[in-house]
Design a protein around this ligand. Structure first.
Ligand SMILES: [Zn+2]
Length: 95
């Protein structure tokens, strides 16, 4: 049986090695730098461990006013009527 949680995963990818004292620091998942818990040196967090960027705020889609819907519907009906009338008129033209 294989462990479904970590097959072939890199060992402790969230461990940051302090460049000053070499102490392992557990990445706290916040920010792009982290202070070493032993000597206080700022450790640069590799980009793959950076927290995901916050998703852009969802702007609600402005609701179309009901009048626009009625107007659009009326325009469609008017266009259909115009086509029908034009067809009738063209058919009644003396040849
Ligand atoms: Zn350190």
């Amino acid at each position: 049986m294989t462990d479904p949680r970590g097959r072939g995963a890199a060992p402790s990818p969230r461990m940051l090695k302090c460049p000053n004292c070499g102490a392992p620091n557990l990445h706290n998942g916040q920010g792009k730098t982290q202070a070493c818990s032993y000597c206080g040196t700022e450790i640069a967090v590799p980009p793959e461990l950076w927290p995901p960027p916050a998703p852009p705020p969802v702007t609600p889609i402005p609701k179309a006013s009901p009048w626009l819907g009625v107007f659009g519907c009326g325009m469609l009906i008017l266009m259909a009527l115009a086509v029908i009338i034009a067809t009738l008129l063209l058919n009644q033209l003396p040849k």
